[in-house]
Design a protein. Structure first.
Length: 285
């Protein structure tokens, strides 16, 4: 039921509720007396109230109870009524109870969405829609936080490594196919998450450029990090464009210690210049 409720939008649910109630009144007006007509509308009202007030378990229990009561009342008491009308009265409350429940859950869902607009805006601002990695804005915030931590706790001998990987000739790929280029970027992002370490932070800063923040204690592991950077570049370069065209991937790596005064923008600028001089034997076939 939890999966089914999201298939009914609030507007559609309200229109459906009104349409069913109107259709019921048009049909029953010619087949039942005035008293039965009133009872039918009361049952509709009760069904909507049950659905609006109850949980999914409550809806199921009420529906089963009303079906059982309806069958017992209409078939074990001497009530003269057309068979299809008896069946209708048996299921009228459960039907409107379920519909009322769907409308209620959609109302609460929209209320939660409205109340969470600030969190959603922050998430959209900090998360790239294509890769689901952090954006340039998120990178700037994370970089600044790392730098401040390094400065405030000098005894910990912390340092920060910033790695860059970007796709060369990206404009040519986009010219060939925007869709295939986006698929390539998405695949590279997924593989980057698999290759890199869990404690690292990954970002997609646009134009085919991926940035990795690696917090370090001391500089003893710099060589291993450089090796990991080369492994990352090699593995990502094996992913072809459109399934048959080799790509050229360039990379850069900067290690920042406590005395570094570089801003996030300056770091990216240096990484870009470093990556431009990165010699690669991989070219478009």
């Amino acid at each position: 039921m939890n999966k089914l409720r999201f298939r009914i939008h609030l507007e559609f649910g309200v229109i459906l509720l009104m349409a069913l109630d109107l259709l019921q009144n048009l049909i029953l007006y010619n087949y039942v007396d005035r008293q039965t007509f009133y009872y039918a509308n009361i049952l509709v009202f009760l069904g909507i109230v049950f659905g609006m007030m109850g949980t999914s378990l409550f809806v199921v229990i009420v529906s089963l109870m009303m079906i059982a009561i309806g069958i017992f009342t209409l078939y074990f008491f001497p009530i003269v009524m057309i068979d299809w009308l008896k069946i209708y009265f048996i299921f009228i409350v459960p039907a409107f109870t379920v519909l009322g429940y769907f409308i209620k859950t959609d109302i609460f869902l929209r209320k939660q969405v409205i109340s969470s607009r600030k969190d959603m805006a922050t998430y959209l601002k900090n998360t790239d829609a294509l890769t689901q990695l952090g954006t340039l804005t998120k990178f700037n915030e994370s970089y600044q936080r790392f730098v401040e931590t390094i400065e405030l706790r000098p005894k910990l001998d912390r340092c920060l490594a910033v790695s860059l990987f970007y796709i060369d000739y990206l404009d040519q790929y986009r010219y060939q196919s925007e869709t295939k280029t986006n698929e390539l970027i998405k695949i590279l992002a997924d593989d980057l998450e698999t290759i890199r370490l869990p404690e690292e932070q990954l970002f997609y800063v646009g134009d085919g450029a991926f940035v990795v923040l690696t917090p370090l204690v001391g500089t003893e592991n710099i060589d291993q990090l450089r090796e990991l950077t080369q492994i990352t570049k090699t593995q990502l370069s094996l992913i072809p464009f459109d399934g048959n065209q080799d790509i050229t991937l360039r990379s850069g790596l900067i290690v920042l210690e406590r005395d570094s005064q570089l801003t996030a923008e300056q770091v990216l600028s240096r990484l870009n210049r470093q990556a431009e001089t990165d010699l690669s034997e991989e070219y478009i076939v």
